[in-house]
Design a protein around this ligand. Sequence first.
Ligand SMILES: C[S@@+](CC[C@H](N)C(=O)[O-])C[C@H]1O[C@@H](n2cnc3c(N)ncnc32)[C@H](O)[C@@H]1O
Length: 217
Amino acid sequence: MSQYRIEQIDDRLSLVDCWDDFSPLAVDFGSSSMRYRLEHLSAKNEMLIKAVGANRTYTILDMTAGLGKDAFILAAFGCEVYLKERSKVLYLLLSDGLRRASQNPDLQSIVARMHLFFGDSCEGLEGVERFDAAMIDPMFAVKKKSALASGEMQILQSYIGGNLTPENLLSTAFDMGIPRIAVKRALRDTTTYSDRSPVYSLKGRSSRFDIFMQQGI
Ligand SMILES: C[S@@+](CC[C@H](N)C(=O)[O-])C[C@H]1O[C@@H](n2cnc3c(N)ncnc32)[C@H](O)[C@@H]1O
């Protein structure tokens, strides 16, 4: 029996791990945790907004779409967000979550600002002239016992694999002339970057953003 299965559970496309007891993974922008974040949305409460230097008119490239949560927060703030995801399964789960949110009157104006593409972000993204900022959130290792009630990061990590390197994505963002690039890392990750150094880092409780800047093209 293969480890993973894609299943329709209630109205949601879900990834099920048949070998472990993780909850099925699905994208739900209407969940209570996302509603809480929406109700308290501000640059003060969301480090991500500060990390990309967002103002509400920004166009942002999310190079590692995953479950689309970061992109959703930026879109809720008012940004236009282009997301790219290279895993077909994650792309399908996220497309399904976006489709359901687009039918929810409270969420539809937000997800209308999220534009999802399938493929490897190292190949760039055609069709958008200029991004104000990029965001890179490669998978980093999560501890099994960490306070992630749903276990969604655990199943995501188990499916995608942990500790992906941001180097190629960072180079691509630089080659695209994107003026500001925020890379999410585990707080105490000491891995250094080979070609360049962040201008500064923003630190949260368990993660940080390394901020890179260049003159925009
Ligand atoms: C930790 S998850 C991102 C979570 C996301 N920030 C969120 O808020 O839900 C990392 C995702 O990046 C994707 N990914 C990694 N490298 C990529 C690449 N080169 N191009 C596109 N997607 C990539 C993985 O497939 C995975 O779904």
